[in-house]
Design a protein around this ligand. Structure first.
Ligand SMILES: Cc1cc2nc3c(=O)[nH]c(=O)nc-3n(C[C@H](O)[C@H](O)[C@H](O)COP(=O)(O)OP(=O)(O)OC[C@H]3O[C@@H](n4cnc5c(N)ncnc54)[C@H](O)[C@@H]3O)c2cc1C
Length: 442
């Protein structure tokens, strides 16, 4: 039987799980090409999961095995689907295409002043400190006294925690040296985390909050008055053990006297930004009370020189695929993209930006199950070609493909850069630098 050829778009968790599960579950030969627009694999595991969470990042070892040990699986890094090769072309060369392309955009607040300098999506800030090649090494300078993070999810806490970590702690991570230097030079002394609703509705996990309480460089301030729950919050807490656990941790924080640490993280609840104030750059945020829709001011104004809105990542519409603008996802039935035979979806582009790394395994399994159920039909309908033809097409366009061996060369260069400064790894940030290291594959 000839192999079922599958193109996977994206090498984050959902793409990697798709490749892994296709090889494990098929029971017949499969050829899987994983296309990745960046020179480096693993999506948000490399560029999202916080640098001080190395245990979660270590899932890359298991993802690597898919590319190392499965002869039918290839990594085609530095190839952007939609730019270097179109969906139509993928459909010509493969029996099935899985979009596992994540959620690369962010939601906006729709508040005046949102485009001022100094107001950014947390996604950009996270990408910057993780050394994502789309963000310039000097994209952020941490020169003000105060940062405000709008949003109370785990990503908001990651950003707040990074802003108060000590240089020594950052040196234990893999972030590029110039990023450690930028944090070392930071003058930010207070980070205010703003929750739209009351503390009972905070979205971050208790584990992440407790981790914040353990950071030795910062006092964490929760106002005891915020823990006097109104009836709506009380009803929610009564029905939710998760909320009750978090409220107990908030109480612990509220009971702790500040110790005069170098930095402070302060939580503010039941507030929404009504305006970002400043001339060219933001200088303050006006906050209104969310529980009072008639609150027409005067609004409290909190000075800040950096504002990070952390209100959700969003998927991006892709040429040739249906797109639901409300959920920013591709509509599907059992992972089959609606109206486009042979095209499947997995991960954040399918479900939206929720769930931990492991959630994407079940999500990928649904896609793989549908592909395998459709295999006979896909084979008879499709005109799939071969790896050689795809390579020839990319080559004819001058696309510089980073294959797995080239990625291994990047990996080695990063480990060597780490060893030189007593760290396990130091990420390369700049795309050209990554490609130069890839070129040393031999
Ligand atoms: C800041 C942050 C911190 C997180 N921390 C944790 C954590 O501590 N623990 C945890 O379990 N989960 C965490 N998560 C969640 C976890 O990262 C996600 O569940 C997971 O990465 C989603 O996987 P995905 O494959 O759908 O998307 P992604 O990981 O985003 O992967 C998508 C990939 O597709 C590529 N791509 C996009 N478009 C194209 C194209 N046109 N052509 C080729 N390639 C393309 C992208 O470059 C990317 O590599 C975190 C998420 C964020 C944002």
């Amino acid at each position: 039987m000839s192999a079922l050829r599958v193109a996977v778009v994206g090498s984050g968790p959902s793409g990697a799980y798709c490749a892994q599960l296709l090889t494990e579950e098929a029971g017949f030969p499969v050829e899987v090409d994983v296309f990745e627009r960046l020179p480096a694999p693993f999506g948000l595991v490399r560029y999202g999961v916080a640098p001080d969470h190395p245990r979660i990042k270590s899932i890359t070892t298991s993802f690597s095995e898919v590319f190392e040990d499965s002869p039918g699986v290839r990594f085609l890094g530095n190839v952007e689907v939609g730019r270097d090769i179109s969906l139509e072309e993928l459909r010509e060369h493969y029996h099935a295409v899985v979009f596992a392309s994540g959620a690369p955009l962010d939601r906006r607040l729709g508040v005046p002043g949102e485009d001022l300098d100094g107001v950014s999506a947390v996604r950009e800030f996270v990408s910057w400190y993780q050394g994502h090649p789309d963000l310039a090494p000097d994209a952020f300078t941490l020169t003000g006294d105060r940062a405000i993070v709008i949003g109370v999810g785990n990503v908001a806490l990651d950003a707040a925690r990074m802003l108060v970590r000590s240089t020594e702690e950052l040196r234990r991570t893999d972030v590029p040296e110039h990023i450690v230097d930028a944090f070392a030079a930071s003058t930010i002394r207070e980070v205010v985390v703003v929750g739209r609703r009351g503390p009972a509705f905070a979205k971050f996990t208790n584990k992440e909050f407790i981790e914040l309480l353990e950071v030795e460089t910062a006092d964490v301030i929760v106002d005891p008055a915020d823990l006097q729950l109104d009836p709506v919050q009380q009803a929610h807490a009564d029905g939710s053990p998760t909320a009750r656990r978090l409220l107990a941790s908030f109480q612990k924080a509220a009971d702790r006297a500040p110790e005069g640490r170098d930095r402070t993280i302060r939580f503010v609840f039941d507030r929404s930004p009504v305006e970002f104030v400043g001339d060219a750059a933001v200088s303050a945020v006006r906050l209104g009370r969310t529980s009072d829709p008639d609150d027409d001011g005067p609004h409290e104004s909190v000075e800040a020189q950096l504002v990070l809105r952390s209100v959700g990542y969003a998927g991006k519409a892709l040429d040739g695929l249906p797109f639901d603008v409300v959920t920013a996802t591709v509509p599907h039935v059992d992972s089959r993209a609606v109206g486009v035979p042979g095209v499947y979806v997995a991960g954040w582009i399918k479900r939206g930006p929720t769930g931990v790394v492991g959630t994407n395994r079940g999500c990928a399994l649904e896609a793989v199950t549908s592909i395998l159920a459709d295999a006979d039909e896909l084979r008879s309908a499709g005109t799939a070609t071969s790896a050689t033809e795809v390579d020839g097409l990319l080559d004819s366009r001058g696309v510089r493909v980073v294959d797995w061996l080239s990625w291994r060369a990047i990996d080695e260069a990063e480990r060597a850069a780490g060893e030189a400064v007593g760290r396990e790894r130091v990420k390369l940030h700049d795309r050209d630098e990554l490609l130069r290291a890839a070129g040393r594959a031999g």
